[in-house]
Design a protein around this ligand. Structure first.
Ligand code: ADP
Ligand code: MG
Length: 260
């Protein structure tokens, strides 16, 4: 047994080692052929490896919350095409290094949809990194020397899909505008970006504090991109309104029953 354990370890078949006792039991009970047994044993090892890789990718992706397209109330946002979102869910945008930009006011589901697509990409085997623009700027601003800045930039350049959430809530410093440009330029035709913003493209010159840089950045960001503008109500407001108690008679002037 010890010898066999070490063989599994040497061959790095730890998932097969764990799965073997129940597999052997099923094989004996159901009289599996050698072929069936071998196929199931190899599948157990492969499934274990895939699962472990998914857990690693999920951890590295820093996804802040679990969201799905099925959990999105499309009729609530009629300006958004459900069909386009379902098409994006086939993830060809990741394979073709196409960017996705969600534009719209707060509470319209930009982060929700980005997270849902990011999770699908992870499950399909792509590497993903989620960041808000504020966190990205902080990580790059705090790099104390050029070597560290380069290695931090690399962290955002390497994944197949980078989500940059909440661009535009604050005006960018010249350094931050430059980092964002460097990042978009480095990923151009190499990897996808999902970017969310509440600021229309016409205002990006002001946002970045530099019209020329904004033009050059948008040129690269939008060359291969799907832009989805969501012009609708805030779902947060809807949830808040639904959690409020219905108007009581007292609020309309007459006392509730039994109250003098
Ligand atoms: P934004 O990023 O545009 O400000 P969020 O995606 O953060 O908005 O949405 C705010 C909250 O409302 C989240 O909890 C999100 O899951 C939820 N939400 C937004 N739009 C919808 C929708 N159409 N259907 C279901 N939940 C939604
Ligand atoms: Mg958001």
């Amino acid at each position: 047994m010890t010898k066999r354990s070490s063989a599994y370890r040497q061959l790095q078949l730890k998932y097969l080692e764990a799965a073997l006792p129940p597999l052997l039991e099923s094989a004996r009970a159901a009289d599996w052929t050698y072929e069936t047994f071998l196929a199931r044993a190899l599948t157990a090892e492969l499934d274990g490896r895939e699962q472990a890789a998914l857990v690693r990718r999920l951890k590295a992706a820093r996804i802040p919350a679990h969201k799905s397209l099925d959990g999105f109330d499309f009729p609530f946002q009629p300006t958004l095409s459900e069909r386009r979102l379902r098409e994006l869910a086939d993830l060809s945008f990741v394979r073709t290094c196409t960017n996705v930009v969600f534009l719209g006011p707060s509470g319209t589901g930009k982060t929700h949809l980005s997270l849902a697509l990011a999770e699908l990409a992870l499950q399909a085997g792509h590497s993903v990194l989620f960041t808000t623009f504020a966190d990205l700027a902080l990580a790059l601003d705090s790099a104390s020397h050029p070597g560290l800045l380069r290695s931090r930039l690399r962290r955002y350049i390497t994944p197949s899909l980078l989500v940059i959430d909440e661009v535009g809530y604050t005006r960018l410093t010249p350094e931050q505008a430059k980092y964002l440009f460097d990042l978009v330029a480095a990923r151009y035709e190499h990897g996808s970006i999902i970017l969310t913003s509440n600021t229309s493209f016409a205002q990006w010159g002001t946002l970045l504090g530099d019209e020329v840089l904004a033009m050059a950045l948008l040129d690269r960001l939008l060359h291969h991109a799907e832009v989805l503008a969501i012009n609708g109500p805030s779902y947060r407001m809807r949830e808040r309104q639904m959690s409020l108690p219905p108007l009581s008679p007292s609020s309309t002037g007459s006392p509730p029953p039994g109250v003098a």
